[in-house]
Design a protein around this ligand. Structure first.
Ligand code: DX5
Ligand code: ZN
Length: 220
């Protein structure tokens, strides 16, 4: 499975969002990650469909939207219309997760599921053919710049084993505290899709250096 680096706009300079996206694209980003927070499921409030639409206007890359909101099913159409390609919903927010994943696909988007650090991998076992990716949160969602939770490496390994055992082709994403120090352990455990905010947009030598450092660390 090919490696995907997805810069998270939460750490970008919002005064120059379009330019930041263009720089990330030119630096070889594979996807652009947009965090949507509602101040209810998570304590913070961030972006919505308007921002996705603005990103769509400056790039044709895959836009990966991470919904950290209650009742996400009410907003799927708005994110589809805004230009989302890959839409991820939290297991914890969806009592009818099977239907929600199907609806995402019916709307022409690729469905992803995400679980919090405290949610067991086993919760995914009935669904492994209904999503294209599973996102293992490596921090508690809500804020950028948090420390990577080391125990999630074994969770990634167990997720990989579950996908293999059930014959699922889904990829494994990780999000939170992904840096040149943490990325390799995630890769070796089975993750191929890496979301990173601070280590890309706050890299002291710039966005391109941030992306390169992550790629180099995977193969170090
Ligand atoms: C956290 C978000 C992340 C966040 C990661 O809830 O889902 O996408 O931007 O930020 P870093 O890479 O700084 O931990
Ligand atoms: Zn995210």
């Amino acid at each position: 499975m090919s490696i995907i680096i997805a810069p998270s706009l939460l750490a970008a300079d919002i005064n120059h969002l379009g330019d930041q996206v263009k720089q990330a694209v030119e630096a070889g980003a594979d996807w652009i990650h947009v965090d949507v927070m509602d101040g209810r499921f998570v304590p913070n409030i961030s972006f919505g469909p308007l921002v996705v639409k603005a990103v769509r206007e400056v790039t044709s890359l895959t836009i990966d939207v991470h919904l950290m909101i209650v009742e996400p099913e009410k907003h799927l159409r708005a994110f589809a219309n805004a230009g989302t390609n890959h839409l991820t919903v939290h297991y914890e927010t969806c009592p009818h997760i099977h239907r929600t994943l199907q609806n995402i696909r019916e709307m022409g988007m690729s469905p992803g599921i995400v679980i919090n650090p405290g949610t067991p991998v086993d919760m995914l076992s009935e669904l492994t053919h209904d999503f294209d990716s599973v996102l293992i949160m490596t921090v508690n969602p809500g804020f950028g710049g948090q420390d990577f939770i080391e125990t999630m490496v074994d969770k990634i390994r167990r997720t990989k084993a579950l996908l293999d055992r059930t014959g699922s082709q889904a990829s494994i994403q990780v999000d939170g505290g992904i840096s040149s120090e943490t990325i390799k352990a995630c890769y070796e455990a089975g993750a191929t899709n890496f979301i990173a905010g601070s280590s890309i947009f706050r890299h002291e030598d710039g966005i391109a250096a941030g992306i390169k450092a992550l790629r180099d660390a995977i193969h170090s």
